[in-house]
Design a protein around this ligand. Sequence first.
Ligand code: FES
Ligand SMILES: [Fe+2]
Length: 419
Amino acid sequence: MYADLIDFDTTGKVSADIFHSEETYRRELSTVFARSWLFLAHESQLRAPGDFVTALMGEDPVIVSRQRDGGIRAVLNVCRHRGMRVCRQDSGNTKRFTCSFHGWTYDTAGELVKVPRETEGYHDRLDKKGWSLTPVTRVESYRGMVFGTWDPDAPALIDYLETARPALDSFIDTLGSDIELAGPMKWRIRGNWKMPAEGLGTDGYHAETTHASALQAIGGMAEPSRIFQYSSAAGHAAAMTDLGVTQRMHEKAGVGPSPHGTNDTVTVAHATVFPNFSFIGYSGPLRVWQPRGPEEMEVWGWVAVPAGLDAETRRQKLRGVTVSFSSSGVFECDDSENWSEIAAVGRGFVARSTPLNYQMGMGFDDPAGTDLPGFDVRTGHLFNDIGARGFYTRWAELMDGPELALTPSAPPPGANGRG
Ligand code: FES
Ligand SMILES: [Fe+2]
């Protein structure tokens, strides 16, 4: 039982092995990633029919595109012929996707519309309708954020996000409601995807040590007593604080003040929507921690900016974010070093068998702080592992639950209609 690898009732321990085990990782793909809602895109990237972006759902690549009827659809980006990646671009606009191996061609809805040498090779008996790209079971949006899930039994997206909405709404509202994404920037680092996911949800504790130099350069950390940690049974986690605190944190980076809200407005500092979608409030970085094995991940990063900014303001804002959060950003480099070192030193038998400490604040989770609705549990202090405990509790529930049941479509006839 994966629930036995965590204990937040008495000891506050988590097995170190969950960050290194290949077996655990494979189960994460068939449970956590196969059964959760995963961030795919922002609608601003898909304005016109035929606009598409490619995304990942766990290790499964997908194409997300705007349909002629205005809907958004996502399909597995794997050719039904020999399994080649069909679309090899990050984004674009098209009517058709043609596989670069043998030329099978699909429309943006994933229907197989053209097969080279169909007459000579398949004697006009290929059931093209039976060989569409595999559709993502459900695709839904919340305030422009597009998510997908393979699980037909998942709750509606709006319900899945219920306890994350204070953080998501605050992220969007602080930027001014109408946002668009710049990016993505993609890079690969060593480390388990859960480390940054829990970290962006809950770990304000590391900042004074990990980012000591960077914080010195920007004049110290915001008042920690005014940051509140939030946790949810759905696995989402966030740190919320007064808008004035985050503004002071970011002004040295050249990110101008937000015209939306007063200094006392409760706003998100950083948050993770379970399982792997994180963001930093006010300055606008978004991250998906794409799993690439138990000790490797691909970081996909965007910056959310108010739509319609003039070019110079937009450039300044992106520059301000990039120097702190990007593949070469000072804060992100500090963070990545930790995640990579954990992967490097934790492979030994003894290291993997030695439990880790998630005790901080245990027993002191309470509704103190603000009246902000949404999260199930909150605490009035920055220094608390409450969000991580919620994250791993939900993680273990899914890991011990059923794998996604794939319902194979009725087997189509063989190549010559004889199969
Ligand atoms: S693998 Fe795509 S056409 Fe052959
Ligand atoms: Fe950090």
